[in-house]
Design a protein around this ligand. Structure first.
Ligand code: NAP
Length: 258
C-alpha cells in the first residue's frame, strides 16, 4: 500500500515572513484555514492584524528583516508562540525598477539586505529552533536565471538567495531547505512603486526577448499550491522540495510565441 498524504495541517507550526501582502499573505491565511498554528510576520502591524482577522487565527509578530535585533525578537516570539517550528516560509521580497547605470549603492544595499542577507540572518537564528525534519523555504524568482532589463539587481539578489539555500543545505542537512522560483504573479504589492514610464520601456524589451507571459499566476492559487506541496512534504520526511519553478502555463508575448 502507498503512503496517503493529508493536507490537514492541524498541529503543524508555521512561521511566514512577508505575510502582510501578496503570496505570503495568502499562504499564511491558507495555513490558518488548514488548521496550522501560524506566526505572521512583516513590518506593518496593521496589515498583519487584518490578515489574522480575516483568516480567523494566527499571531502577529512584526519584523524588519534588515535589523538583527528585530530578527532576534521575531525568533524569540515565534518560539514562545509555536515552540519548535515545522515550516518557515520566507516570502519577503523587494525590487526597485532601474537600469543598471542608475542602480546606486543604496539601491543595491537595500535589495541585497532584504532579499538575501535578511534570509540568511533569519536562518542563522532558526536552525536551533526547527523541529526534526523541519523545512525552511524561500520564494525566489525565475528572473534569477534570466535577468529582466531594469530588474537586474533584483535578479542578482535572487541568484544569491538560490546559492545561499544550496549552501545552507550543504552545511545543515539536518534541515530540509527548499527554494521555489516563482513566475509572474498578479496582483501583489510587487512593482506597485515602479515608475510607470520605465515599466513601459523595459516591458518592450521583455517582449522582444520573449520573457513576458500573456497571463500571470494569481497569488491565492500560488499559495494553495505551495501549501499543498509543503503539507505533503511535512507528511513525508524522506522527501524534500529542493529547487523548483512554478509559473503560469501561458505562452509568452512576442518572441517564442510563434
Ligand atoms: N509577484 C511576482 O510576480 C513575483 C515573481 C517572482 C518572485 N516573487 C517573489 O515572491 C515573494 C512574494 O512576492 P509578492 O509579489 O507576493 O510580494 P509583495 O506583495 O511585494 O510582499 C512582500 C512582503 O515582504 C514584506 N517585506 C518587505 N520588506 C520587508 C522587510 N524589510 N522586513 C520584513 N518584511 C518585509 C512586505 O511586508 P511589509 O511591507 O509589511 O514589511 C510584504 O509582506 C517575493 O520574494 C518575491 O520576490 C514574486
Amino acid at each position: 500500500m502507498g503512503t496517503s498524504v493529508s493536507l490537514d495541517l492541524a498541529g503543524r507550526r508555521i512561521l511566514v515572513v512577508g505575510a502582510s501582502e501578496g503570496i505570503g499573505r495568502e499562504f499564511a491565511a491558507a495555513a490558518v484555514g488548514a488548521g496550522a498554528s501560524v506566526v505572521l510576520s512583516a513590518r506593518r502591524a496593521a496589515r498583519l492584524a487584518e490578515v489574522v482577522t480575516n483568516a480567523g487565527g494566527g499571531r502577529v509578530v512584526c519584523v524588519d528583516v534588515t535589523n538583527d535585533d528585530s530578527l532576534d525578537a521575531l525568533v524569540a516570539d515565534a518560539v514562545e508562540e509555536l515552540g519548535e517550528v515545522d515550516l518557515v516560509l520566507y516570502a519577503v521580497g523587494s525590487a526597485s525598477l532601474a537600469r543598471l547605470v542608475h542602480c546606486d549603492r543604496a539601491m543595491w544595499n537595500q535589495t541585497l539586505s532584504i532579499n538575501v542577507i535578511g534570509f540568511n540572518q533569519l536562518a542563522v537564528r532558526m536552525i536551533e529552533v526547527m523541529a526534526p525534519g523541519g523545512i525552511i523555504a524561500v520564494l525566489s524568482s525565475e528572473t534569477s536565471a534570466v535577468p529582466r532589463d531594469g530588474l537586474v539587481a533584483y535578479a542578482a539578489s535572487k541568484a544569491a538567495l538560490d546559492a545561499s539555500v544550496k549552501g545552507w543545505h550543504a552545511e545543515h542537512p539536518e534541515i530540509r531547505w527548499s527554494c521555489v522560483a516563482v513566475g509572474a504573479t498578479f496582483p501583489t504589492a510587487f512593482g506597485t512603486s515602479f515608475d510607470m514610464d520605465l515599466v513601459g520601456s523595459v516591458m518592450d524589451q521583455w517582449v522582444r526577448r520573449g520573457l513576458l507571459q500573456e497571463e500571470f499566476m494569481v497569488p491565492a492559487e500560488v499559495a494553495q499550491h505551495l501549501l499543498a506541496m509543503y503539507a505533503s512534504a511535512l507528511a513525508l520526511p524522506s522527501v524534500n522540495v529542493e529547487h523548483i519553478l512554478i509559473r503560469s502555463p501561458s505562452p509568452t508575448i512576442g518572441t517564442g510565441n510563434a
